[in-house]
Design a protein around this ligand. Structure first.
Ligand code: ADP
Ligand code: MG
Length: 229
């Protein structure tokens, strides 16, 4: 691994993204550049509609920008095929959205094991690791056996975070994880995200509109009309 790879797990370089808007195009990201080192947390703030979720979608390789480069774990992604991008995403990117999107019929532990199943890995070998990861985000053995409706909103978000970390990602992307939680629970989820960023060495980008939570971030950047300041 080269030193430049180690220095930045996620690099967006001069990224522009537009969406169709009637017979014109709406510019959601306007020449955005951002570098996120491993083991650090960058918070993105900005008004609704300013392009924060679009930024995460591009960083996640879920959307291909109109121009610019997106480098994940040292690999430039905009020139890759969809198949290559999907493989890189599976191996290197953890995503946590606002709603936990857990499968209703699965226990907390099974949410993680389902990821391993999709990867074609050994579920048996993954079981101990799933238990350990869930324990580390604060879910004891009894809670690990519960289904989503038997867990609180904060606990569901912890399962969501553990699931995103399960594959050992280089990049962790988190979109408004605390918006469905009260301030106290939101603060605890933020503490957890700061802690896992250090422990797992992820380059973490977190979108939030809760300014009270920004103290946990290593860096705060502001989106305004698709531009990063
Ligand atoms: P934020 O997350 O900051 O609220 P978004 O990235 O969701 O902002 O949206 C940025 C802009 O792009 C907004 O004007 C929004 O309406 C527009 N937009 C988002 N997604 C789409 C889409 N799939 N198609 C067309 N326009 C979109
Ligand atoms: Mg958004």
């Amino acid at each position: 691994m080269s030193t430049t790879t180690a220095a930045a797990a996620l690099v967006l370089d001069d990224v522009t993204l537009t969406y169709p808007d009637g017979d014109r195009r709406l510019t959601a990201l306007d020449a955005v550049s951002l570098t996120v080192p491993p083991g650090s947390l960058t918070a993105v703030v900005g008004p609704s509609g300013s392009g924060k979720s679009s930024l995460l979608a591009v960083a996640a390789t879920l959307m291909r920008p109109d121009s610019g480069r997106v480098t994940v774990a040292g690999r430039e992604t905009t020139g890759m095929s969809e198949k290559e991008r999907a493989a890189l995403r599976r191996e290197r990117v953890g995503i946590v959205f606002q709603q936990a999107n857990l499968l209703p019929s699965l226990t907390a532990e099974e949410q993680l094991l389902a990821v391993e199943h999709l990867r074609g890995g050994s579920v048996r070998a993954a079981r101990a690791r799933a238990a350990e990861l869930l324990e580390s985000v604060g879910l004891d053995e009894a809670k690990r056996r519960r289904r989503p409706h038997q867990l609180s909103g904060g606990e569901r978000q912890r399962v969501n975070i553990a699931r995103a970390l399960f594959g050992g990602p280089s990049v962790l992307l988190v979109d408004e994880p605390t918006s469905a939680l009260d301030h106290e629970r939101g603060a605890r989820v933020m503490d957890l995200l700061a802690a896992v960023t250090r422990q797992h060495g992820t380059a973490t980008v977190l979108v939030t509109h809760d300014r009270a939570l920004l103290g946990r971030a290593d860096r705060v950047v502001t989106m305004t009309d698709g531009r990063l300041g």
